[in-house]
Design a protein around this ligand. Structure first.
Ligand code: MN
Length: 272
């Protein structure tokens, strides 16, 4: 698979600094995608989790270096802080290392559609700092991510490529989780309608999506904890949701974990 030139890359909810962060997969995605614009739509660095314990790997460092290098080399990088990196909201309007910090952003696609970019926690109806943990149940969610670590090892041993998320499966199956997703989408779209844009690109709920709602486009980047998803804008302005974890066309297999590389287990639950 060759590197693909796209117009824009939209990423959210990477949660750097946590054990759940799938930095290897993100790095692999970035290797295959170069862009004129890179939009970081919140919860990129998880300062909340890091105040409890820090899990910072060299791969996570490489992700940061890659973003900084792209910014230096002329990619427009816009960083919209989310609730987990809200400490950075103090610096909104400033630029550091060629990265602009903004509270939200209007992006016009190559085909002339105007999208409102925001993280989305302000539209979280359940609680202001909503957690998936609260929806699926603390014990259940923690158990799911732990079991998922075991399943991933079994899948690897059986030679099944790609990544499958048990927590993601639960989010699809549990009724309260599904209605939480719909409530969030409704409320974000209501906000978008008031701003007079053609659509919205957000994150926060760790649920990638791209759909039309009453003439507006709702796009959610998903996350790099469970789903490993990104949104790209192609050169003609077409948006695409990419599942990198389950990408069957990704020819290059990820290196098998060694003693030095911690396995991509998600021991610590990461909240939205
Ligand atoms: Mn969030």
């Amino acid at each position: 698979m060759q590197e693909k030139q796209v117009r824009s890359i939209f990423l959210s909810d990477i949660h750097l600094g946590t054990r759940g962060c799938q930095a290897e997969r993100l790095l692999d995605f970035l290797r295959y995608h170069d862009s004129e614009n890179l939009f970081l739509i919140g919860d990129i660095v998880d300062f909340w989790a890091m105040s409890r314990s820090i899990h910072w790997t060299s791969t996570q460092n490489t992700v940061v270096q890659k973003v900084l290098r792209r910014a230096r080399k002329g990619t427009q990088v816009v960083f919209i802080p989310g609730n987990h990196d809200e400490a950075l909201r103090e610096y909104i309007g400033t630029t550091f290392g060629d990265i602009r910090l903004e509270s939200d952003w209007i992006h016009e696609t190559a085909d002339g559609r105007r999208f409102l970019l925001l993280h989305g926690d302000e539209y979280d109806q359940v609680t202001r700092h909503h957690r998936w943990v609260a929806v699926l149940g603390d014990v259940a969610y923690n158990a799911l991510v732990r079991i998922n670590g075991g399943l991933s090892r079994i899948r690897r041993r059986l030679g099944i490529s790609g990544y499958w998320s048990l927590a993601g499966y639960a989010k699809r199956k549990v009724k309260t989780a599904v209605s939480f997703i719909f409530d969030f989408e409704d409320s974000v779209m209501h906000g978008a309608r008031e701003r007079g844009v053609d659509g919205v690109i957000c994150g926060h709920i760790h649920w990638a999506s791209m759909r039309e709602v009453d003439g507006l486009t709702y796009v959610n980047c998903g996350d790099w904890v469970d789903s490993c998803t990104a949104i790209v804008e192609h050169l003609d302005g077409r948006l695409e949701l990419i599942h990198w974890g389950a990408q069957p066309t990704a020819q290059k297999a990820l290196p098998a974990p060694t003693a030095q590389t911690p396995e991509r287990e998600q021991e610590a639950a990461v909240s939205a």
